[in-house]
Design a protein around this ligand. Structure first.
Ligand code: ZN
Length: 375
């Protein structure tokens, strides 16, 4: 229904590869750069075309496994009635954009486990296939030096293990949070899972410092990811169950397309609003953000008309839309405000500040009530 996915920054440089089980699969342009880089580095070290082709085929096979991993998440989520918008392949791995995570922690555990489970199954199948021909040594470092299938076996085990690390951007972080959420509320579980993730990253960093610089790099990635994810997870769980009706702004100043920019200046100086809907006959026809205003002032001065500088591609959202998804869309479209409609008619506006305001209030209320519980 929504076409907002094509406005996502990550989708801009993406090519559609096709679809699997009804889910569109995209590949990001930077992924092609990675392939080129692999090809070049093989060419430089081996100077032969066969090595180059093998290197590229290996990376393609590896990313095929990554797609199957994401498909594991997506199809398990579908069993619980959650759709996946698309799967996108980035040089660092795959991302499946699930509409939302399941509310039931048990379902969330299954959805998160499904990805790594796919890699274990792939590794098992390769092992079975190889051992039908020769006995396969159970020595991973020997296998890693073997043929392409043997390497793929090891890499799939690595993918499963890496994704099960108990820190947030990884599936393991979600599993940990969901397990904790079986016994405590969502936000407390998120915070605890984030702390575990960071403690883990710290330990990994120490080990890396002593033994392997590569681990240090992973530790840094886990640390940053855990912090960022924990922040958004906390906001998400605070917004959980709220719809746009909780955050809609119904008292706001608006402009008319014929207004001069002087009126926008006056309204900006008079109040706290920075971005203005532009209205004509009770319909929203544009948005004038502070940047648009400044650009207009710079180019033509204060007497220029609003309609010359307003943005006319307005994103709309229904008043019953969950706030989690509204927030995602605000981040993705890079727009300052969304027009809110009720039964298709304009009802008000919403912006990120207001949603974050709501988050702060919800957080204060939750802290207050948990304090009361302990008293
Ligand atoms: Zn995963």
């Amino acid at each position: 229904m929504n076409t907002d996915s094509k406005n996502q920054p990550s989708m801009k440089w993406s090519m559609r590869l096709g679809s699997l089980a009804g889910i569109a699969v995209y590949v990001h342009a930077t992924f092609l750069i990675l392939l080129l880089w692999i090809a070049l580095s093989y060419w430089r070290s081996e100077q032969n075309l066969q090595a180059v082709v093998q290197g590229v085929v290996f990376i393609l096979a590896l990313f095929g496994c990554v797609v199957l991993h994401e498909l594991g998440h997506a199809l398990t989520a579908r069993r619980f009635g959650i759709q996946t918008r698309d799967i996108i392949l980035l040089p660092i791995g795959g991302v499946a954009s699930l509409e939302k995570m399941p509310d039931d922690p048990k379902e969330e555990i299954l959805v998160a486990l499904a990805g790594p489970a796919v890699n274990v199954v792939i590794a098992g199948l390769i092992w079975l296939f190889l051992s039908l021909q020769h006995p396969v040594p159970l020595d991973l470092s020997a296998l890693l030096k073997g043929n392409m299938l043997q390497q793929l076996l090891v890499v799939n085990l690595f993918l499963a293990a890496f994704n099960l690390l108990p820190a947030f951007p990884m599936d393991g972080g979600r599993i940990l949070r969901a397990v904790l959420a079986l016994r405590m509320d969502h936000i407390a579980a998120t915070r605890m899972a984030a702390s575990v993730g960071q403690a883990f990253a710290l330990w990994l960093g120490l080990v890396g410092l002593l033994y392997n610089p590569f681990l240090l790099f992973i530790a840094l990635f886990v640390w940053i990811g855990a912090m960022a994810e924990a922040g958004t997870e906390e906001i998400r769980s605070l917004l959980h169950g709220s719809t746009l009706s909780h955050a809609i702004i119904t008292h706001f100043e608006s402009l008319s397309p014929q207004d001069a920019l002087t009126r926008a200046i006056q309204l900006t100086l008079d109040g706290v609003q920075k971005d203005f809907p532009v209205m004509e006959d009770d319909r929203i026809v544009g948005v004038l953000t502070q940047e648009d205003l400044l650009r207009g002032l710079h180019e033509q001065g204060a007497l220029a008309r609003v309609r010359e500088y307003m943005q006319t591609n307005i994103e709309t959202a229904d008043i019953d839309e969950p706030l989690e998804s509204v927030m995602k869309r605000l981040q993705a479209c890079g727009c300052r405000l969304l027009a809110v409609t009720r039964n298709g008619r304009f009802a008000g506006i919403v912006n990120m500040d207001n949603i974050l305001e709501l988050v702060r209030i919800e957080a204060a209320l939750k802290e207050g009530s948990s304090l009361k519980k302990t008293l």
